[in-house]
Design a protein around this ligand. Sequence first.
Ligand code: ATR
Length: 277
Amino acid sequence: MHNAAFAALGLDWAYVPMPVPPDRVGEAVRGLTALGFAGANVTVPHKQAVMPFLDEVTPIARALGAVNTIVVRPDGSLLGDNTDGAGLMAALRAHGVSAGRVLVLGAGGAARAVVYALAEAGATVAVANRTPDRAWALCRTIGAALEAAAETQSAPKNLRDLCVSVVQPSGRLTAHPFPDALPALAAEADLIVNTTSLGLHEGDPLPWDPSVAFRPGQVVYDLVFNRPTELLALARSQGATAMDGLGMLVHQGALAFEMWTGQEAPVGVMAEAIREA
Ligand code: ATR
């Protein structure tokens, strides 16, 4: 999608895959400036490992413990950021979806980025996970990170309230057991986001309790983008709006593109390139 975007804007740039062995991450990152790279994306398993080799890491990437985008700045220094959560928010905005009361399924790495971005935007977020302790730990970590960000950036008062509420049972960032809590949480949620790995492969169990109904007006967003998932088919069959993870993938890439090039990303071209891939 990046190469399609470069071509569309007439930029003589190239985006290339570069596998790096884990014990050579430092050398690879430090070499970016010398090699004339404008930046890089970082994928599993290196998202955390690159951090010590960067000159600056944004608060969100630090809070998530994961860098997905490196920017080589004009002075050659390296900035690490994470555009995953902002990518989801941009994808939702592009479809006019507002995130008010949100149910997030899962509490792994993908959930962290999603919960951070939603909570930062002021949503009320319930996290339901098979291992509830993991959901609880996620809420505490993200709550503390938002609180720290609010202190350094003198964020609006409502963000401070949000952070304080994390330690209260009635807070706006809450942890719940999956699937037991689904009936109550589903009734409340305008938006349900699947961040679990269920649905990546055919035959996976549903990340849902099929006896709990979706409803028209509800949006079900599945981060999975490589195949049409059973979760989205179920949501659609019950009148809810179903969205797959392609939008988030495209928009996290578009945000990186804009940081590297300083130009507005041709989002439509990027989405088309992915659909054709
Ligand atoms: P990622 O970093 O991609 O988010 P992860 O950290 O392995 O991957 O997280 C996967 C998520 O899918 C977790 O929330 C996991 O639940 P647990 O924390 O209880 O492991 C969830 N998940 C995986 N398999 C599941 C299953 N069969 N039922 C319910 N949740 C499942």
